[in-house]
Write a protein that binds this ligand. Structure first.
Ligand code: MN
Length: 423
């Protein structure tokens, strides 16, 4: 048995083959339906375990949880209880769902506890305080550098010395399924004499993962790479919509602004760090050596397979990208250590996105900008369609999952449709 072998578990819940929401995963989310007010649940198969009902029925009686902790419209207060508590809650649910455990299986409240996922409306899982976007894929940064600057010196001098990032906008982060209107703004292409205003003509997605912080720090304090994971609760898929034409004109000298803040979309189920633990891998080696505060004793990369599909309105979806989170040059511990090294404080519910996750091959690029190489190579879709960028009516669907020894832990999906610009 290898040291990372996962113990085999079976559950009395019927979990469809290839479901992301296995007994090994048990992600947290916030949902409501026609009868139920917003509340916190854990996904398994096609069901949601309603934690508020479990609590009312006394299944957490030894935990001394604050009253109504699961009857909330965000995970923030639950996460704030700390990892020891949230880990115990998730482990308790896992135990209750085991095939041989009759506590819930044979309980009269079982029907009330297990809610159909299909009938549930998923809400934004956290109240996001601050949002930061990194730029941590060397392949993505190199591609962008080649396109917009010097192909010979694609990476800027700082890139291999620090995880480049910027502060984004939290207010416009929405949950999967929320349509986004094409943004309007200023652009000035190289061949234009003066800037023009109108709907973006180069609307793009960015394939990313984001982590949610689960512990606060005080202003002035820093988090080291070895402590970083204590501050990370879990992950969601993150589509960082980008208007390339607006971005290219506005970004000098202060960075991304209106080309980015019109919307970002996240998946509703927060997959915990514990759930992806079996998929931990060594990241790419870093050369030149990084400064001491960015050095890591242990690996902080994860083997998470990612894919993107485009579905034009009324047509079938076409997969256009297959990538992996493990390609990222800078890891989550380095990102958090760098973010706080100057004393910047973090709060529970902050969101930190990875940056576009591109791989080395052309089919693993995590944005249309790269896939169509700045619009010069149209990407073929099914039904005779092709795309350089995202068109009105298109739905972009991202999926992510880890799989090993027949065990799967996944994120479900994040999807969003682009509507025409508003008048
Ligand atoms: Mn981004």
């Amino acid at each position: 048995m290898s040291e990372s072998a996962i113990p085999a578990l079976s559950t009395w819940v019927e979990v469809p083959k290839n479901s992301d929401f296995t007994i090994y995963n048990l992600p947290f989310g916030v949902f409501k339906n026609k009868k139920l007010s917003p509340r916190i649940g854990i996904a398994i198969g096609d069901k949601i375990v309603d934690l508020s009902v479990l609590d009312q029925e006394g299944f957490f009686s030894s935990f001394f949880l604050p009253e109504g902790i699961f009857l909330k419209d965000s995970l923030n207060e639950l996460i704030e209880l700390g990892k020891t508590q949230t880990k115990k809650i998730r482990e308790r649910v896992q135990q209750l769902l085991l095939a041989e455990n009759e506590e819930l299986r044979d309980h009269s409240a079982r029907g009330k506890v297990m809610v159909n996922r299909k009938e549930a409306e998923m809400l934004l899982p956290v109240k996001i305080g601050d949002y930061t976007d990194f730029y941590s894929s060397i392949e993505h940064a190199t591609n962008v550098g080649k396109m917009f600057r010097d192909p010979e010196n694609a990476l800027l001098p700082n890139w291999k010395h620090l995880p480049v990032g910027y502060h984004g906008r939290a207010s416009s982060i929405v949950v999967s399924g929320t349509p986004i209107h094409r943004p309007k703004g200023q652009f000035k292409d190289p061949d234009m004499e003066k800037p023009a205003f109108g709907p973006s003509r180069r609307l793009d997605f960015e394939l990313e993962l984001a982590f949610i912080t689960g512990k606060s720090t005080k202003l002035g304090d820093s988090v080291s790479t070895s402590e970083a994971e204590d501050y990370i609760f879990g992950f969601v898929l993150f589509n960082d919509w980008s208007a390339r034409d607006i971005q290219a004109w506005e970004y000098v000298p202060l960075g991304p602004f209106l080309g980015k803040n019109f919307g970002s979309t996240i998946s509703p189920w927060v997959v915990t760090l514990e759930a992806i633990e079996p998929f931990r891998v060594q990241g790419p080696s870093q050369d030149p050596e990084v400064l001491d505060y960015l050095k890591c004793e242990n690996p902080h990369s994860f083997d998470i397979q990612l894919e993107v599909a485009i579905q034009p309105e009324g047509k079938s979806a076409s997969k256009i990208c297959t990538s992996n989170f493990k390609y990222m040059y800078w890891n989550i511990a380095q990102q958090l250590a760098h973010h706080t090294v100057n004393g910047c404080n973090i709060n529970v519910g902050d969101m930190m996105a990875s940056g576009t996750i591109s791989g080395a091959t052309e089919d693993s690029f995590g944005s249309m900008l790269e896939l169509s190489w700045k619009g010069t190579r149209p990407v073929k879709l099914a039904d005779g369609e092709e795309r350089r960028f995202i068109e009105d009516g298109d739905t972009v669907i991202m999926k992510g999952f880890s799989e090993k020894d027949g065990i799967r832990v996944g994120f479900g999906e994040v999807s969003g449709q682009i509507l025409p610009a508003k008048n």
